[in-house]
Design a protein around this ligand. Sequence first.
Ligand code: OAD
Length: 249
Amino acid sequence: MTPDAPLLETVRQWLAAARQVAVLTGAGVSAESGVPTFRDAQTGFWARYRPEDMATEQGFRAQPALVWRWYQHRRAMLQGVQPNAGHHALAAYARQHPGRLTLITQNVDGLHQRAGSPGVLCLHGDLMADRFLDPPRPCCHPDTVEAGEPPHCPRCGNLLRPGVVWFGEALPLPVLDAAQQAARTCQLMLVVGTAGAVYPAAGLAHLARAGGARVAIVNPQASELDGVAHAVLRGTAAAVLPLLLAPAA
Ligand code: OAD
């Protein structure tokens, strides 16, 4: 599915005219790499699991082994996937236009970084990182944890948890600040592959619009941000981003 050519050309013109471009990505940008999204019916994680069980501190404390195994499964899955044409198009654009594009992602899969995008603002953390669940005591060292599900400090039992942001938790403040600044000051925001259901990430599109930027969406389905956008490009990230971001012929 590719969007109609005149609309694509209009967004390309907005892009050419923009001094600063902000891009907000979500799980959909990695779908064509084989990473499941969260909210797609049938295939999304939240069709099979309850977010309150798998993506909250309370859920982890209630069933640490179950939740740890789910994150280990997601980590293992990442070993077998590669960035797709959408990730590569964003990285190539940043290389060709240094300092012009700020890439903000809700994804924790590292695929933008693996494609070579510089300075990615990761709002929801990093799936491959660990940290301690409770504030680390002097005995807590990531290097000396005892194996287990989850691994834990052998002295005090403090559990390791994945370094992602769970529901009810604050986003990393410097990252959110930088993302909000980019949203407020850009002339074009591209919103790619997100349902737009989770805040404060989705609020970045509202901030961009309020700051006078054009907002364009790339998504094969309707999203909760369609009403904020000046243009909705109906198509997948791997199909549309290369067309949108390729240098003019
Ligand atoms: P969702 O799963 O909520 O939404 C994925 C979006 O991607 C949907 O709008 C799909 O239509 C779209 N999509 C599917 N395939 C696509 C493709 N090939 N190209 C472009 N778009 C496609 O994922 P997010 O909006 O990223 O948070 O979810 C936001 C947050 O909710 C996640 O970061 C995660 C989740 O719970 C936490 O875990 C804290």
